[in-house]
Design a protein around this ligand. Structure first.
Ligand code: AMP
Length: 143
């Protein structure tokens, strides 16, 4: 599994990115809509930061900041570590382990093209299983 190329893992993935002036509230709503645990902060098409669910919890909620008036630029992690899509997934995992985070933006020619998360390392089989469960829940909601 760790030998899979990142390009294959992020294949057909949509990017979730927003400028640093975006409020935490709108960012959280975007993350909720897309079921993403993180968001890339971009300016002029390049990655300048990363904002994750952990930042929302530790740097906003726990600090008593107002999500409706706090800009993600003030609570993001600036200049995150990024990875090239031709690297193996294992390399991203190593970065996550060493850095103590669960997300790595994928950047090619200076532009973000996706995000690898520790969840991707759980393997396609588990992701498929999760998807099946989600589909089952969705069908149950409809019936
Ligand atoms: P996470 O475990 O990914 O939710 O992130 C834990 C902390 O590390 C948060 O403060 C994130 O903003 C930060 N973080 C997440 N990904 C990266 C990255 N690729 N490079 C640097 N910091 C990161």
């Amino acid at each position: 599994m760790p030998q899979r190329r990142i390009r294959n893992v992020i294949d057909s993935q949509l990017i979730l990115a927003a400028p640093s002036i975006t409020t935490v509230l709108s960012a959280a709503r975007m993350m909720k809509d897309r079921n993403f645990g993180s968001l890339m902060v971009t300016e002029d098409g390049t990655v300048t930061g990363i904002f994750t669910e952990r930042d929302a919890l530790f740097r906003v909620i726990a600090e008593g900041l107002d999500p409706a008036t706090t800009a993600i630029g003030s609570v993001m992690t600036p200049n995150p570590q990024t990875i090239h899509p031709d690297r193996p997934v294992g390399h991203a995992l190593h970065m996550m382990f060493e850095g103590g985070f669960r997300h790595v933006p994928v950047v090619e020619n200076g532009r973000p093209i996706g995000m690898v998360s520790s969840r991707d390392a759980l393997g396609p089989e588990l992701i498929e299983f999760t998807h099946e469960l989600e589909t089952r829940d969705h069908i149950a909601d409809i019936l």
